[in-house]
Design a protein around this ligand. Structure first.
Ligand SMILES: O=C(O)CCC(=O)C(=O)O
Length: 397
C-alpha cells in the first residue's frame, strides 16, 4: 500500500510538473479518478508525459512501447497502474519475451476485483489469428467426422452422445463435448497456457486442470421458430454436482467477432452469488422469459443482463455459478465457439450415491472414462482426461 501511495505521489509530481503552473494550481483536486482529459491532455501531451515518466519506469519508452495502449489510460489512476505494470515487467529481468508479453495480457488487480464482484471477465485480445484459424479448421474436420485422434471411448454414446445428432447435421444449434480430444486445432486452443494462467489469476488458484469442453455451433435462426438457437440461462455448476470445488471457471472462446446480432454470450451480473438456484440445469430450455420469471432466484437482487460483445481473439471467463446463456443468432453466418471448462487443483470427486443405492443419481460422462482413485471413486486429477494446464510450481521451475 505504501509503495502504491508513493508511486501515485511520484506520478502526480511528474504530471503536475508537466502541466506547469496550471497543473500546480490543480494539485489539490487531483485524485486517481481524475480524467486526464480534464487536464487538457492530447496525444502529444500523453507521449510527453510518458517520456517524463521514464525515470520512474526505469527503462526508455521505446523498449516498452508495445505494452502501452493509450486508449486504456483514461484517469490518473490508470496512468499509475500502467507505470506500476511497466516497472514490474522490467524487474523480472530473467523473463523471456513471450513471458513478458503474457504478463501484459493478464488481468489487472482491478479486473480481478471486478471478476469477484460481477462473476465474469473479458480478456484483452490474447489469441492469434493462426490459432483461431487452426481451431476453425479443426472444427470443420470434426463436422466431417474426421478425428485427428481417437480414444477407447470415442465411439461410446454415453460419453459423447452429441444429443443423438450425427456430427454432419448442423441444421440446429449443437454442443459437442470432448472436441479438444478429437481435434488438434481445438486442443491447442483449449490448452493454451495464457487461458489457464488467466483463469488461475482470476480465481486465485495455484493449479488449473482441464475439466471439459464444448464446441458450440449456432446456425442463423430461420425466423420461423422464435426461440431457435437460444441457449437457456443456466449455472454450469449445476451440471457438475460430483465436483467438490465451488471455484470452477469457464473460458468462452469465440472463433470470430461476437455481438448481440449473432447471439453472443449474455451474463447475469453478480448472479454467481445466487446459490439457491438448483433448477438451473437449463442449457436446453429455449424460453428465456420462463427461466427468468419462474426459475431464477435472484435472492433479492436486481436481474441485470450483460451481453458480452467480443472481438476475435478475446476470451470471456465466468464463474461456475454465474448465470449465463445466449439468444438466437440473427446474423447470416453460424456462430462458432469453444467453451473450455476448468477445475482448480483442489477439485475432487464428490460421492452423491447415498441418494440412491441402485443407480448413481449424478454421473458425469467423465466418471466412465477416467481412472479410479484408491477409494474406488473417479479421480478428477487423472492426467489422461484432466491434464494440468497451469501450476505455480511448474511456473517457478
Ligand atoms: O455459447 C453459449 O451460448 C453458451 C456457452 C455456455 O453455456 C458455457 O460456456 O458455459
Amino acid at each position: 500500500m505504501s509503495t502504491q501511495a508513493s508511486l501515485y505521489d511520484e506520478v502526480c509530481r511528474v504530471l503536475i510538473a508537466m502541466l506547469g503552473e496550471d497543473g500546480a494550481a490543480r494539485q489539490a483536486d487531483l485524485s486517481p479518478s481524475t480524467p486526464l482529459q480534464s487536464l487538457g491532455m492530447d496525444s502529444v501531451r500523453y507521449i510527453n508525459l510518458l517520456l517524463s515518466l521514464e525515470g520512474i519506469i526505469g527503462k526508455e519508452l521505446d523498449e516498452v512501447a508495445e505494452y502501452i495502449d493509450l486508449s486504456e489510460i483514461i484517469t490518473v489512476g490508470d496512468l499509475v497502474t500502467l507505470v506500476e505494470r511497466l516497472r514490474d515487467l522490467l524487474w523480472e529481468s530473467d523473463m523471456s519475451d513471450s513471458e513478458l508479453e503474457m504478463q501484459v495480457l493478464m488481468p489487472s488487480e482491478e479486473d480481478i476485483a471486478n471478476y469477484q464482484r460481477n462473476g465474469y471477465y473479458v480478456s484483452k485480445q490474447i489469441l492469434s489469428d493462426e490459432l483461431i484459424a487452426a481451431a476453425r479448421e479443426g472444427s470443420e474436420r470434426l463436422y466431417r467426422c474426421e478425428y485427428d485422434e481417437r480414444f477407447a471411448w470415442s465411439d461410446n454414446p454415453r460419453v459423447d452422445p452429441n444429443f443423438g445428432v450425427p456430427f454432419t447435421d448442423r441444421s440446429l444449434t449443437r454442443a459437442d463435448g470432448y472436441a479438444s480430444f478429437h481435434s488438434f486445432g481445438l486442443r491447442d486452443l483449449a490448452r493454451l497456457p495464457i487461458i489457464s494462467a488467466i483463469a488461475a489469476t482470476l480465481i486465485g488458484a495455484r493449479e488449473i486442470r482441464y475439466w471439459k469442453d464444448q464446441l458450440i455451433y449456432k446456425p442463423p435462426a430461420r425466423g420461423t421458430a422464435e426461440n431457435e438457437g437460444v441457449i437457456g440461462f443456466h449455472q454450469d455448476k449445476r451440471y457438475w454436482a460430483t465436483c467438490k470445488s465451488d471455484r470452477m471457471i469457464t473460458a468462452w472462446i469465440p472463433l470470430h467477432d461476437c455481438s448481440t446480432q449473432n447471439g453472443c454470450l449474455v451474463m447475469i451480473r453478480g448472479s454467481h452469488r445466487w446459490r439457491n438456484n438448483h433448477a438451473l440445469v437449463t442449457f436446453d430450455e429455449k424460453n428465456m422469459d420462463f427461466i427468468k420469471a419462474k426459475l431464477i432466484n435472484t435472492e433479492g437482487d436486481e436481474l441485470v443482463e450483460v451481453p458480452l460483445e467480443l472481438k476475435r481473439g478475446q476470451v470471456s471467463f465466468h464463474d461456475c455459478y454465474t448465470i449465463h446463456g445466449s439468444y438466437a443468432n440473427l446474423s447470416d453466418s453460424p456462430r462458432r465457439t469453444l467453451s473450455v471448462h476448468l477445475q482448480d487443483g483442489e477439485n475432487r470427486y464428490r460421492n452423491l450415491n447415498f441418494l440412491s443405492k441402485e443407480k448413481p443419481v449424478f454421473q458425469h460422462s467423465h466418471d466412465l472414462i477416467c481412472r479410479k482413485a484408491a477409494n474406488g471413486f473417479p479421480d478428477y486429477s487423472d492426467p489422461e482426461i484432466f491434464p494440468t494446464l497451469y501450476s505455480v510450481a511448474a511456473d517457478n521451475d
